[in-house]
Ligand binder design. Structure first.
Ligand code: 13P
Length: 248
């Protein structure tokens, strides 16, 4: 089943989050796709209390199990708050919180340990792309976490290709570009973990997606879904994307 995920970043109050879910959950298409929502931490409990029927995830996770780590929230605490997913190493975390691939690998291991599914974000930035280093950077990002992957975990890993130059720019990558990156990511997984693991890992595209561009990405067989930022904030545009997805 295709995956449609909403990353709200640092937007929405608790009331706004609840109102969004109420609208989205009226959709007749909910059982035709896997719909995930990544609200700010402050809204997690309220959404769960409201009887959320969507997959719930956090936008980040601490790498440690527990301890004196002010400001961190562990994977087990996220599970306790109702989360089944967490984003790892989103490019905004890489940029503003100096997260690197090694830290991403630790976070992924922590999520697996607690029974959650990581959504690992990878993607080259504009300077890497312009210097022709995009494929090498992607391979590096993927290979670092594949070291953590055991066969049985493959069904609990989602990788999101989010080229940094496309995020928030209003100009998504072309479906062909996303497909090329997806092909490379799949090759690395197959080489390191084998075809069986590859078949169980879902691959998303993210970066300035919209109702207008969704169909093009969903027509690509190597892309299993979308991770949506700005266009997920308005429930109407998110639902338009869901409708495109279930008819793709
Ligand atoms: P935009 O869709 O706003 O470009 O954001 C994409 C993103 O960062 C999703 O994680």
């Amino acid at each position: 089943m295709a995956i449609l995920a909403a990353n709200w970043k640092m937007y929405k109050t608790i009331a706004e989050a609840s109102a969004w879910c109420e609208v989205v959950q009226r959709s007749p298409w909910l059982d035709r796709a896997e719909v995930l929502v990544f609200p700010p931490l402050t809204a997690l409990s309220a959404l769960r209390r409201d009887g959320l029927r969507l997959g719930l995830g956090a936008q980040d996770v601490g790498w440690a199990e527990q301890g004196a780590f002010t400001g961190m929230v562990s994977a087990a605490q996220l599970r306790d708050a109702g989360c089944a997913y967490a984003l790892v190493a989103h490019s905004e975390r890489r940029r503003y919180a100096c997260e690197d691939d090694r830290m991403a690998a630790r976070k992924i291991a922590a999520l697996w340990q607690a029974g959650l599914t990581p959504v690992y974000c990878v993607g080259e930035d504009a300077s890497e792309r312009d210097a022709g280093r995009g494929p090498r950077r992607l391979a590096q990002q993927v290979d670092t976490v594949l070291g953590e992957l055991r066969g049985e975990m493959a069904g609990r890993l989602i990788i999101a290709y989010e080229p940094v130059w496309a995020i928030g720019s209003g100009s998504p990558a072309t479906p062909a570009q996303a497909c090329e990156a997806a092909g490379l990511i799949r090759e690395r997984i197959a080489a390191a973990c084998g075809a069986a693991a590859l078949a169980r890992i879902a691959l998303l595209y993210g970066g300035s997606t919209s109702p207008a561009s969704a169909a093009g990405f969903m027509a690509e067989p190597l892309i299993d879904g979308l991770l949506v930022g700005s266009a997920s904030l308005d429930p109407a545009s998110f639902l338009a994307m869901l409708e495109v997805m279930v008819h793709a």
